[in-house]
Design a protein around this ligand. Structure first.
Ligand code: AMP
Length: 185
């Protein structure tokens, strides 16, 4: 399953709950990249500047890290992506990867939140998250990157499996039940 949506839409929070419920791993490429930066690996050194500016890390790096992650044993029953794919090239690579693994895509959900709400949330989150990209300035760039590069991902899936749109405004529980109501996994 894939969770799409702009930065600050609540993908991480919702994905974590859903993955616990479904007992499948929650794969957040953002978390993996932040960990790589924190532990000073080669991937982390390359990724740091992109993360700090709110730009996307090059596709080849992200695709390689996802390919490696999917080889781990805990992925044999399925997995939930949060923050991946973020470009059409990533979506196409994921199609190939899933075909190789003989694992069908079961659902694509897009969490929708108006921009003013996102900026407000990121501003509040920035105060406590410690994330270097949770500033209003970087948030605006992340939104712009989302519009330019990630929007086409929804179009990629609407040609095939289809994208379920969920209203992301409301309590964590309310949004969670809206997501569950539109996926039958
Ligand atoms: P996130 O935690 O999903 O908001 O991701 C934080 C940052 O990590 C993004 O602003 C990008 O710099 C980078 N990132 C995460 N996922 C991807 C991806 N699929 N492709 C490229 N860059 C990514």
């Amino acid at each position: 399953m894939i969770l799409l949506g702009p930065p600050g839409a609540g993908k991480g929070t919702q994905a974590k709950l859903l993955a616990e419920d479904l007992q499948i791993p929650h794969i957040s490429t953002g978390d993996i990249l932040r960990q790589a930066v924190a532990s000073g690996t080669e991937l982390g050194h390359t990724a740091k500047d992109f993360l700090d500016r709110g730009e996307l890390v090059p596709d080849s790096l992200v695709i390689d890290l996802v390919r490696e992650r999917l080889k781990q044993d805990d992925c044999s029953r399925g997995f939930l992506f949060d923050g991946f794919p973020r470009t059409e090239a990533q979506a196409k690579s994921l199609d190939l990867l899933l075909a190789e693994l003989k694992m069908p895509l079961r659902a694509v959900v897009e969490i929708e939140v108006p921009e003013e709400v996102i900026i407000d949330r990121i501003q509040k989150r920035g105060e406590g998250s410690g994330r270097s990209d949770d500033t209003v300035e970087v948030a605006r760039n992340r939104l712009e990157v989302y519009r330019r590069q990630t929007r086409p991902v929804a179009a990629h899936y609407s040609k095939g499996i289809g994208v379920k749109q969920v209203d992301g405004v409301g309590s964590i529980e309310a949004v969670q039940s809206r997501i569950k109501a539109c996926v039958s996994l």
